[in-house]
Design a binder for this molecule. Structure first.
Ligand code: FEO
Length: 171
């Protein structure tokens, strides 16, 4: 079992990961509507990853005998001023998620909850990758600015992304 405090934070994180998936579906819709199908594909895959993250927390709560509680997920937008604005929104969101994971790690360390701390290490590493990917997208769009050719190239690159399911034991 984990403490009520840790359980609350884990349940909050399930909601945040589901909200991430929702946010990225909104960005996917924005890019679909613009006809940038490669970028839409990238966010479709990203949303699938977020569902995987949510399930990983969901399964962990079950494993430690806690009750999963699913809170309300707020509405998200699918309207952005530009592709760059949408990419920046995803980077900002990943930074927020990283901070949220760190908060649970800090609580687990404070409570000497070693198993939760160990479980969260996967997410610490994952967030490094999540932020790096989002930063790369922002950087690429800043480089191409408003060039249609540049946008076309980034779009073609992001079209290649495919979903790879999480394969760790708690997935
Ligand atoms: Fe679940 Fe993108 O962090």
């Amino acid at each position: 079992m984990v403490s009520e405090n840790i359980l609350g934070l884990l349940n909050e994180q399930i909601k945040k990961e589901l909200h991430s998936a929702y946010l990225y579906k909104g960005i996917e819709a924005y890019f679909e509507n613009l006809g940038l199908k490669g970028m839409a594909n990238w966010f479709m895959v990203q949303a699938q990853e977020e569902m995987g993250h949510a399930m990983k927390f969901f399964n962990y709560v079950n494993e430690v005998g806690g009750l999963v509680q699913l809170g309300t997920i707020e509405a998200v937008t699918s309207k952005y001023k530009s592709p760059l604005e949408a990419m920046k929104a995803s980077l900002e969101h990943e930074r927020y998620i990283t901070a949220s994971i760190y908060k649970i790690v800090d609580a687990a360390i404070d409570e000497r909850d070693h198993k939760t701390n160990s479980f969260l290490q996967w997410f610490i590493d994952e967030q490094v990758e999540e932020e790096a990917n989002a930063e790369e997208n922002v950087r690429n769009l800043e480089l191409v600015k408003d060039s249609p050719n540049g946008l076309f190239m980034v779009n073609a690159e992001l079209a290649k992304r495919v979903y790879v399911p999480i394969t760790t034991p708690q997935a």
